[in-house]
Design a protein around this ligand. Structure first.
Ligand code: OAD
Ligand code: ZN
Length: 245
């Protein structure tokens, strides 16, 4: 029925864009944002303006970041990630636009140039002033020893996880690439997102406006279900398993 239809539409389409959210990573032990017992309810994200202006909030942000990292410390890609990695390798999927910061598309073997990260990446950090890159392990060691939020060795600027916080400017190059891929695809496959956070959630509608097919795979209803050509409601790993090997 619906699952056979997914195989059929993937078979028929030649240029697929996959768009992923937190739901593709829950089977890997990475919690999503809006489920009932999400740790995000405890470790509420700190707005960008506060991170920049308030050193105590900056320290709190780093505490929460490391606490969350501990929750998903050894996460490995799941069935959904491997299914998409296969579809990229087969030349079916031209790009994976992701809202996730967990680095699991990279870990599943998808080449970096096929991955478009709209909300950054939590596996490293950057200076907000000069862009210098920092690895997390040494930052964490210093933070736990001193209690002070990390500052850039090059310029003294504030160092922040390389993710996009609420209120932080979106990465323009990633948005532009996501736009170009979306208007060129013939199938837009939205997987594991509640589709409520903008501008990310504007891409599925853009695909529809450009006459691509829209397929939504998610465990619960989304506000864009009525725009979709096909909605698959169920467990992502189960639904994508047939493409994973
Ligand atoms: P959400 O937590 O909002 O949505 C995840 C969706 O996946 C929910 O609808 C779940 O029901 C569904 N889901 C979870 N596990 C599933 C499974 N195994 N099978 C099927 N469905 C499953 O996460 P996102 O939509 O990714 O932004 O959230 C979007 C953005 O909001 C995030 O990127 C983050 C957050 O604030 C920033 O940090 C800027
Ligand atoms: Zn710097």
């Amino acid at each position: 029925e619906a699952r056979a239809a997914l195989g059929e539409v993937i078979g028929l389409c030649g240029r697929i864009v996959a768009f992923t959210g937190a739901g593709i990573s829950t089977e890997c032990g990475v919690p999503d944002f809006r489920s009932k017992d999400s740790p995000w309810r405890r470790y509420k994200p700190i707005d960008f303006a506060l991170f920049v202006s308030d050193v105590l909030m900056r320290e709190e942000a780093w505490r929460r970041k490391f606490a969350l990292d501990d929750i998903c410390a050894s996460a490995q890609p799941g069935r959904g990630h491997y299914a998409l990695a296969n579809l990229v390798a087969n030349g079916k999927v031209s790009a994976i636009i992701t809202q996730n910061i967990d680095n699991l598309h990279q870990a599943s073997g998808v080449p970096e140039e096929r991955i478009i990260e709209l909300h950054g990446n939590g596996a490293y950090a950057r200076c907000l002033s000069c862009g210098a890159r920092y690895e997390l392990q040494p930052l964490r060691r210093d933070f736990e020893a001193s209690g002070a939020a990390p500052a850039c060795f090059e310029c003294g600027g504030a160092v922040k996880s390389a993710t996009i916080s609420f209120g932080q400017p979106m990465p323009q190059a990633a948005l532009e690439r996501a736009y170009q891929e979306t208007v060129r695809c013939d199938l837009f496959l939205a997987i594991g997102s509640s589709l409520v956070v903008y501008p990310a959630a504007s891409f599925p509608s853009l695909a529809r406006q450009r006459d691509a097919k829209l397929v939504i795979v998610n465990g619960e209803e989304t506000p864009l279900d009525s725009e979709a050509n096909l909605v698959l409601r169920g467990d992502i790993g189960d639904i994508l398993q047939p493409f994973a090997n």
